[in-house]
Structure formats: structure tokens, C-alpha cells
Write a new protein. Structure first.
Length: 241
């Protein structure tokens, strides 16, 4: 019996057959090493947004009457995963708006990179349904639209609609990415998205790589007044192939 046991031990040392031993040609795992997340292996990364300074903290405990608010979120906004290498293709691009003579500011302020809540950072349009429109200059694959309205105080914005299209008149290949007009008072279709308090975080809309050249953001007043204020619109994407 002792001879058999001794022979098995020798064979185990020679051929690496000991229970729990490391397989041949395999390096042992390093302490603290982790398996890459599925999104990392798929080439996706969290979208990084440069945020302005917060002006107010929190939201009123009692929502304004008649609003259809999104559920309250605890903690930071979940990251939006996008392909590597995309950029804000709207930066510095031409902007037009439905109101040809803004009451405050000018259209080009919407893509100038200034997202602060101060009076010199936004464009103000007249009451009623208004929009700001960005021309990306060429068709792009759009993965996200981020925009900031006025975030100097807690306001809920009405009839916020985000659309993309191939042409500046929004006739060809129009797609709606977001619509919180729950009674179709804007005439752009009945929306199922929630209204929201605008904050320094802005509103982030996933777009899934939709191809478009033009981006529009509509609003129709807010719970404080009937004016429409656009601070910044970002379009995160890449040139279409």
C-alpha cells in the first residue's frame, strides 16, 4: 500500500494531477483582478457630460398642480452607455429658432458651450410653442441629445418635444426622441414621457445612433411663466458612414 501511495504522489508531481492545481500554461489570477464588464468588451463607455454649477438644491415637496412629473430619483443619474469616440457634434454649429427676434440673447448662444444659469447664458423666446434648431452640417449618427433650458430655479417645462430630421423644414425622415406633451396641445402628437424639473444636470435623451442632420427642441412655457428659455443643446454623435 505504501508503494502505491508513493507512486501516485510521484505521478502527480510529474503530470500536475494534484487536486486544485493550476492547469498547465495558465497564469494564476492576480489579486484584485476583475473580469471586464460586458459593455466594456462591446466598446461602450459612459457618456461624460460637463455640467454647469448648481444654483438651487432639491425640488419643491409639492409638485405644481396639473403636471405629470417623472418619479423622483435618489442619487445621481444612471450613466448612458455610448460608443467610444463620439463627441458633441453640435458645438459651435448654426442655430435657428421659431421666434426670429429673441426677446433675450441670440440663437448662437444655444451651442456656445455656456450652460450656466446666469442671464447672459440663455436665449429667451416669446410665449407659445417655440423651438431651437441645430444644423449639424452633415448627417450624423446621434446617440444622445442633452439640453439645458433655464435652471436658475425649480421650474417644470411644458410640451418638451425633441425631434431629428434630414432637412431643416422637418419634412423628411422626422423622428421623435422625446415628447412629454400629454394632451397634444402642441400639435406634435400625444407624448408619453414625463415632465421634469430642469436642474443643472440638464435633460439627457438617448437616441440610439439615429441618423439625422437637424435637431429641434420644442417648449411651451413653464410653471413659473409662459416664456421659453434655451441655454444649451448638445448632440453627442459622430459623422454618419
Amino acid at each position: 500500500m505504501r508503494k502505491v501511495t508513493w507512486l501516485c504522489a510521484v505521478l502527480a508531481l510529474l503530470f500536475g494531477c494534484q487536486s486544485g492545481s493550476t492547469p498547465p500554461n495558465t497564469k494564476p489570477a492576480q489579486p484584485g483582478a476583475s473580469t471586464p464588464a460586458p459593455e466594456a468588451t462591446a466598446g461602450l463607455v459612459p457618456l461624460g457630460l460637463e455640467l454647469p454649477r448648481p444654483v438651487f438644491i432639491g425640488t419643491p415637496p409639492k409638485p405644481p398642480q396639473g403636471t405629470n412629473l417623472e418619479p423622483k430619483r435618489d442619487g445621481p443619474r444612471p450613466p448612458l452607455m455610448v460608443p467610444r469616440g463620439i463627441a458633441n457634434v453640435a458645438a459651435g454649429k448654426p442655430v435657428t429658432c421659431s421666434d426670429r427676434e429673441p426677446m433675450v440673447g441670440e440663437a448662437q448662444m444655444v451651442t456656445d458651450g455656456d450652460k450656466e444659469a446666469g442671464g447672459g447664458s440663455y436665449m429667451e423666446l416669446a410665449p407659445g410653442l417655440q423651438y431651437a434648431q441645430v444644423d449639424l452640417g452633415a448627417p450624423c449618427e446621434v446617440f444622445a441629445v442633452a439640453f439645458w433650458l433655464y435652471h436658475g430655479e425649480a421650474r417644470v417645462w411644458h410640451d418638451v418635444v425633441v425631434q431629428v430630421a434630414d432637412d431643416g423644414d422637418f419634412i423628411s425622415n422626422v423622428k421623435t426622441l422625446f415628447n412629454n406633451d400629454h394632451d397634444n396641445s402642441s400639435g406634435l402628437g400625444l407624448g408619453s414621457d414625463y415632465e421634469f424639473y430642469e436642474t443643472y444636470q440638464g435633460k439627457l435623451i438617448p437616441a440610439g445612433g439615429v441618423k439625422a442632420r437637424y435637431v429641434r427642441v420644442y417648449t411651451k412655457g413653464n410653471t413659473t411663466d409662459e416664456m421659453n428659455r434655451f441655454t444649451e443643446i448638445e448632440v453627442h454623435g459622430r459623422p454618419a458612414k
